[in-house]
Design a protein around this ligand. Structure first.
Ligand code: WTA
Length: 631
């Protein structure tokens, strides 16, 4: 156990976790209501929380807009002249935005979007790389009540297309292209391809980044700069119900189709605001560096909304950690005097491999707190991060949460004693447990299903256009035998996370990994079924099964078992073609590491592929229950 210094404890917002946790447990509604009052509301709620199985609705009757709290309310205060963002491009260009300038840019784009006829409730797909326009676009949509659906810029045509279709987006915001190491990624081409048969998309707004040649479709395409040039820097903020949707973010699950996770204006703002503040002990002079991309939930909650709700300065770097050299991130920490740094284990593991000489070149003494997210962090990487980057002086915060939870759920605080590799304990108002298939808590140090037993404000509202999926994934999951009921009380609340975990004798949680068919490659969430359909889309492939295998740097890597159609030859060229196919359909993050050609896949009698059996065989582990396996 690693104990924080007395000073850290004394200075933090919550010096005594256990005491406050017990207190909040007595009356979580009062706790969240008090926190919510730290933000502005056009109208206060009638009910803090309403439970209508399986939906929890927060701050019902309340009216607000997350952008009012993120930008508007500062405009007549000194925060208006404070930097909201410092952005550095791969080429060294720096762009700085005060809260006032950011607000003006957001207003101009919001007015531009209105001029295109977009109205409250319309959906906008944002397919932008890590440039300031990505953040501005999200805020501009939210400000006028449009629902944004950000698609990570590393996704390819099919993935983009499916997300645009599912979200019913009328407008797509993209870039011409963007620099990625020594290349220019021509992302506008992907958009053209994705929407060529989609009349639903009336407009494409193009932000200029790379300056590459693009083709434009007159009447449909419009340059961002042209759209905003005559727009006013004032735009009124739409009054939203607390339970109105703020965004849809697609995430992989155990079926082939990514789920559109919906978050609200009201509850989501309360959850992200407080968790960032207390967990990273946010102070007004912080320089916050979260290395994620706003295309993922980590970016939504902790690059865009959480930091703005706390009025701090966020630093954003356009490129990857080791470009142009392996010390890039550390040089940025020194240059901008970053105080709080939040990244993913996969990055830590690869930077650790490059050796200590890179971080040693730079002065990292501005750092006060370090964070990790996205997958379990192995103790070796944890200790390297803690010692080499944190000089053994920065609390290392391992935050467990999900796209669905919107906010940190299991996490240490700066005042918590730490165990390398554990994500510590539940945040205030959150009850978590590890249970068996009957929903009963398992003994100490025993693996089971990680579940959440209380609703929390930034809980997903639904799966877009698929309430059945919502119910069956998070509440009536087939892994659980228990029957749910519709009682209007929380006593039966059991949210199924899809993760397996253990709890130790001190009540610390240790995440083992997913218990469904989700693979975490470098912290990115990919569904086995989604990958398999990309293989099967190739004319030579009859069937495919995909599993995740432990990988030293990436956490997990993708291995595919492929059955070819009759007469097809299992050649290396075909393997390369298949890899390319998956990259094109889903994106480079989904590139399989290994492909093997086989004749038969283990299946249940009803024809479902038993990936669990393939995985156990691959890892030399016991096969488990094979009674349903077709022989
Ligand atoms: C995994 C990312 C261990 C977990 C914010 C979860 C983690 C999934 C941690 C959600 C952590 C996230 N330790 N595992 N600190 N944080 N995970 O939706 O399997 O991209 O269910 O959200 O990431 O991934 P998502």
């Amino acid at each position: 156990m690693i104990f924080p210094s007395e000073k850290t404890i004394e200075e933090s917002y919550v010096p005594d976790y256990e005491k406050l946790y017990a207190q909040v447990k007595e009356d979580p509604e009062a706790f969240w209501a008090n926190i919510a009052k730290e933000l502005s509301w056009f109208k206060l709620w009638n009910k803090v929380i309403a439970w209508d199985y399986p939906y929890a609705r927060w701050f019902v009757g309340g009216q607000t807009n997350i952008v009012y709290n993120a930008l508007d309310r500062y405009q007549k205060t000194p925060i208006a002249d404070k930097l909201a963002y410092i952005w550095e491009g791969q080429d060294g260009t720096v762009r700085k935005y005060t809260y006032r300038q950011l607000n003006e840019e957001v207003c101009r784009l919001a007015n531009g979007l209105k001029s295109l006829g977009l109205k409250k409730g319309d959906k906008v797909s944002i397919y932008l790389p890590r440039i300031m326009e990505q953040i501005i676009a999200m805020l501009a949509c939210a400000k006028i009540g449009l629902v944004h659906s950000v698609v990570f810029s590393g996704f390819s045509i099919e993935a983009l297309k499916n997300r645009i279709i599912d979200a019913e987006a009328k407008t797509v915001i993209c870039a011409d292209g963007y620099p990625y190491k020594d290349k220019v990624i021509e992302c506008k081409k992907n958009v053209d391809e994705a929407i060529k048969d989609l009349p639903q998309v009336e407009h494409v707004i193009i932000a200029k980044r790379a300056g590459n040649q693009i083709t434009t479709n007159p009447g449909r395409d419009i340059w961002w700069d042209e759209l905003i040039t005559k727009q006013d820097t004032i735009c009124s903020t739409e009054i939203m119900e607390a339970t109105d949707p703020l965004f849809i973010l697609y995430t992989s699950g155990s079926t082939g189709k990514p789920k559109g996770v919906i978050h609200s204006h009201g509850g989501y703002q309360v959850g992200t605001y407080l968790t960032l503040k207390w967990v990273f002990d946010i102070r007004s002079d912080d320089i916050w560096f979260c290395t994620a991309d706003a295309g993922w939930i980590t970016g939504h909650s902790y690059i865009v909304y959480g930091p703005l709700l706390n009025g701090i300065t966020t630093f954003v770097y356009e490129s990857v950690p080791d470009y142009p050299d392996r010390g890039k991130w550390w040089s940025l920490v020194e240059k901008y005097k970053v105080t709080k740094f939040y990244t993913a284990p996969t990055a830590i593991r690869s930077l650790m491999r490059y050796g200590d000489e890179w971080p040693k070149k730079y002065d990292l003494s501005s750092l006060k707190i370090l964070g990790s997210v996205g997958e379990p962090i192995n103790p070796e990487a944890w200790l390297w991060y803690y010692k080499t980057i944190g000089r053994e002086q920065c609390p290392l915060i391992d935050t467990w949460w999900q796209t669905e939870t919107g906010m940190f759920m299991l996490t240490p605080l700066p005042s918590s004693p730490l165990k390398p590799g554990s994500c510590n304990k539940p945040f205030f108002g959150v009850e978590a447990d590890v249970v068996d298939a009957n929903g009963k808590p398992v003994p100490v140090d025993t693996q089971g299903y990680l579940v959440i037993k209380t609703p929390w404000p930034s809980m997903l509202m639904d799966v877009y256009k698929n309430p059945k999926k919502y119910l069956e994934t998070y509440f009536e999951n087939e892994a659980l035998n228990i029957n749910k009921n519709n009682e209007a009380s929380f006593s039966n609340f059991l949210y199924f996370t899809g993760d397996s975990a253990k709890k130790d004798k001190d009540g610390y949680f240790w995440i083992v990994g997913r218990n469904d068919d989700v693979i975490k490659v470098s912290g990115h969430r990919l569904g086995s079924a989604e990958l398999e359909s990309a293989f099967v889309a190739h004319p030579a492939v009859a069937e495919a099964a995909v599993i995740g295998k432990p990988h030293e740097i990436k956490g997990e890597s993708i291995k595919a078992f492929v059955i070819l159609k009759h007469g097809q030859q299992p050649t290396d060229t075909l393997k390369e073609e298949l890899k390319k196919q998956v990259r094109t359909l889903i994106g480079p993050i989904a590139t399989p590491d290994e492909i093997v050609f086989i004749d038969k896949l283990p299946k249940t009698r009803s024809g479902k592929i038993m990936r669990r059996v393939l995985k156990a065989q691959e890892l030399g582990q016991p096969l488990g229950d094979t009674s349903t396996l077709e022989q």
